[in-house]
Write a protein that binds this ligand. Structure first.
Ligand SMILES: *[C@@H]1O[C@H](CO)[C@@H](O)[C@H](O)[C@H]1NC(C)=O
Ligand SMILES: *[C@@H]1O[C@H](CO)[C@@H](O)[C@H](O)[C@H]1NC(C)=O
Ligand SMILES: *[C@@H]1O[C@H](CO)[C@@H](O)[C@H](O)[C@H]1NC(C)=O
Ligand SMILES: *[C@@H]1O[C@H](CO)[C@@H](O)[C@H](O)[C@H]1NC(C)=O
Ligand SMILES: *[C@@H]1O[C@H](CO)[C@@H](O)[C@H](O)[C@H]1NC(C)=O
Ligand SMILES: *[C@@H]1O[C@H](CO)[C@@H](O)[C@H](O)[C@H]1NC(C)=O
Length: 332
């Protein structure tokens, strides 16, 4: 009895992803449900394992579907340019990327999971530019917050008409400017109608601004945990629309959500002492959020009232423990 039960279960245990209780690690949101098809990365393509920066650079080039297992530390001397139809998957407790970050530009169908991306000095941790169908999942992004807002750049910045992106189960910490969507007023016409992004079950801790900050697009921000997100977390400006639900704020956060167009001086200290003025954005609140001690400033309620896909909200009381148990490296 016992033996046959074990042998029947064992093969399943080998293939199943052991997500902690209450966690579902399947792709959800705009990178899955969108008009051009689900993000599949390198599915069906060649499977390779890389252990040096040179091998990694070569493996991610071109548009042929490829699943790339990255093992160990990759101290990159220039930005990693990723072609279409790629899955980059850190092995074990995660692969480490340092010095230079990752650029996904003019590409489609890219998955990045289980990478530790830290102290990137040349630019953003990941820049997604003019690209569609991207899934950024179960990574850890960190540097330090002591050098002010402009020493490092963003952790995940999504720009130039990029679309259909999901950012899930990442751990973003010890970094000032986390995630910017739409990086220039001059690109209003290029960006408008794009920048549909889902942020869910991410853990932010000890961050400054942009969790995320969006212009010109639509973002669904749900079930994220924010701890000590110091100045301003979710910012929707320049006609951007956010749907914000089931998020939890703990520790010190001045402002959890704002649609007031002013770019606060803590985010943009080099221009005017009052910050930069942009026009306001819009926000809708779905399922209840727990703002903790943080304030919110919704100047315009928008029309992004419902996400156009299926997703399951984690109960508000379970968000903190679920995100702590399931986010970051070594989970997939
Ligand atoms: C990466 O290489 C640079 C020199 O190119 C070096 O200064 C830096 O310490 C290295 N970083 C890591 C994490 O190994
Ligand atoms: C790979 O990406 C290109 C876009 O650059 C796309 O046209 C092509 O269909 C993709 N190939 C496969 C096999 O998915
Ligand atoms: C994207 O493609 C355009 C048009 O081919 C090109 O001008 C631009 O340099 C590309 N961007 C990047 C970052 O490679
Ligand atoms: C965006 O990427 C596509 C390829 O996917 C390219 O044809 C187009 O020129 C790029 N546009 C810009 C503004 O870089
Ligand atoms: C909230 O928005 C209004 C504009 O509608 C602005 O006057 C006010 O200063 C904002 N509050 C904060 C705390 O930024
Ligand atoms: C939603 O609101 C924006 C901003 O007012 C507007 O431009 C857009 O047309 C509206 N969309 C729909 C479907 O009503």
């Amino acid at each position: 009895m016992k033996l046959s039960l074990i042998s029947a279960i064992a093969p399943l245990a080998l293939v199943a992803t052991a997500a902690p209780a209450g966690c579902n690690f399947d792709l959800v949101g705009f990178a899955k449900d969108n008009p051009i098809g689900p993000t599949t990365g390198g599915k069906g393509g060649q499977v390779v394992t890389v252990t040096t920066p040179e091998q990694l650079v070569a493996a991610v080039a071109g548009d042929a579907p490829k699943i790339i297992y990255a093992k160990g530390r990759f101290n990159l001397t220039s930005r990693l340019r990723v072609g279409s139809n790629k899955s980059i998957l850190g092995t074990g407790k995660g692969a480490e990327i340092s010095q230079s970050g990752i650029t996904i530009a003019n590409a489609t169908n890219v998955i990045v999971r289980n990478l530790g991306i830290r102290f990137i000095v040349d630019n953003d941790g990941i820049t997604i530019q003019n690209s569609t169908r991207v899934w950024i999942d179960h990574n850890e992004f960190s540097s330090d917050i002591n050098k002010g807002p402009d020493f490092y750049d963003g952790q995940v910045d999504i720009i130039r008409a990029s679309d259909w992106v999901t950012v899930s189960w990442n751990y973003f910490h010890d970094h000032w400017k986390s995630s910017l969507i739409g990086n220039s007023d001059a690109l209003r016409a290029v960006d408008s109608g794009h920048l549909h992004i889902t942020y869910h079950h991410n853990h932010w801790r000890n961050s400054g601004t942009r969790g995320p900050a969006g212009r010109f697009g639509h973002q669904h921000v749900y079930n994220n945990l924010y701890e000590d997100f110091l100045y301003q977390a979710i910012h929707s400006r320049s006609d951007n629309q956010v749907l914000v639900e089931g998020n939890v704020f703990r520790g010190k956060t001045r402002e959890a959500l704002s649609t007031y167009g002013l770019v606060i001086p803590e985010d943009s200290p080099n221009t005017s002492p009052d910050g930069d003025f942009e026009i306001d954005g819009f926000a809708n609140l779905g399922a209840k959020n727990d703002w903790g001690p943080a304030s919110i400033n919704i100047t315009q309620v928008g029309n992004f009232t419902k996400a156009p896909y299926k997703y399951k909200l984690t109960k508000l009381n379970d968000v903190k423990k679920t995100v702590l148990a399931g986010s970051g490296l070594g989970q997939i």
